[in-house]
Each structure stands twice: as C-alpha cells, then as structure tokens.
Design a protein. Sequence first.
Length: 246
Amino acid sequence: MTLKNEEWKTLIDAKVGEIQSLPPFAPAASPPSIAKDIIALAIDHTLLKPDATPEQIDGLCDQALQYKFTSCCVNGAYIAQVSKRLDGSSSIPCCVVGETGQAIEDGAKEIDMVINIGALKSGNYALVFDDIKAVVREARGYPVKVILETVFLSEEEKIAASFIAAEAGASFVKTCTGFLGGGALAADVAVMKRTVEYKGNVQVKASAGIRSLKKCLEMLEAGADRIGTSSGVTIMHDSATDSDAY
C-alpha cells in the first residue's frame, strides 16, 4: 500500500470514528478464571535492563523453560545466547531490535520495535507505515510487535498507530516499553484490540507495569493476547488458592 499522508488521514479518521462509536470498555466486577498454563503461554518473560548480565539472561531462560512461558524477550546483544539456551524448547527467543536482519541471523524468532512517535504525532503517517513495513520485511516472516508508547498518545493517536501497524503487516501492537514512565492500561488494550481485530490475525501485547496476577488478568480481560513482564515468576506464584486455575 502506497498512500500519501492525506489519504492516510482519511482512513484514520474513519477508523477513529468507528472505534469511538463503540461502547467504552467496562471491566468485569471480578477477574476471569484462567488456567495457569494459559497464563504462562501468554507471558513474554522479559529482561531489558541495560546492565543485565549473561548470568541473569541464563536465569531468565531457565525460568521460561520451567514455567513454559511463550518467549524470552531481551536486548539484541543477548539474542544469540537466548536462542542457544532455548534451543529445542517451545519458548521463543525474542528481542527488541536495533538492527532487525542481524537479530534474525543471531536466532531471534520474534522482533519488538518502537513506532516513530514523532512522525505519528506530526501526521507523517506514510513515514510511520514505511518504517514498520521495512522491519516486517527484514524480519523474514517472523512476527513483529510494534510498540506504540501509549503513555504519550491520545486515544485518536493510539487508534491511528494500531491501524497503521496492522496495515504494515505487524503481528502485534504493543502498549509501551516502560522505560519512559507509565505503563499498560486496560482501556488502552481494549482500544488497540478493537482497532486491529478487523485484520483477524493481528494481536495485542500489554507491557509495562504488569507485576501482579491481578494486573495480568485485567490485561487479558481487556483483550491482550500476550503479556510482556519481568515478573512472570511472581505472577505464576501469585495465587490466592491452591487451585489449578487463577
């Protein structure tokens, strides 16, 4: 799709009107009951601190293997180590990229990227689209998650970003990194889910500030398909009962 910014704006305005005409998201009075193994499969076990050590990365991988988390998400510098550690398991090596092609060469099976926030806010939608499309192309068929940094965006901009990402071939739209303040909100997840569900194959990842079972369940109820958290082990142990379901 090659569109000018004016054409993108027309499409985005229509999508904003469509989403904002829907009833607002209303969480249930009590969180849903979800089996432990389903929660584990929703978790991207994450360690993105710049001072993370190789030993800590190995520990992250070992926890992912123990709890059967869907992926380990690390900075690109550690993706080769993670890929080797997870080899033969069901856990996916995932990284936040600086250079996508190299990350794939090093063993990444999922790619997380940050949207061009300045371009989005200035209405340069064509640049936002082209940037995402280039990463999707470099990812060679592996899923790309587009981080919106929702804490900086209006509702209209969250819809616009989600729509553009979906059109560019992203597999996921993701709330935020957590490094710039704020965190995932259930209302944002619901808006993002409603925006991309027309595609049928684009999912939502809630990330940043999800450190408890309660918060995890709130995100899943709002429509998150994946949870990015460094507190995956805490979430798996954070049960009020001895039941097999939370």
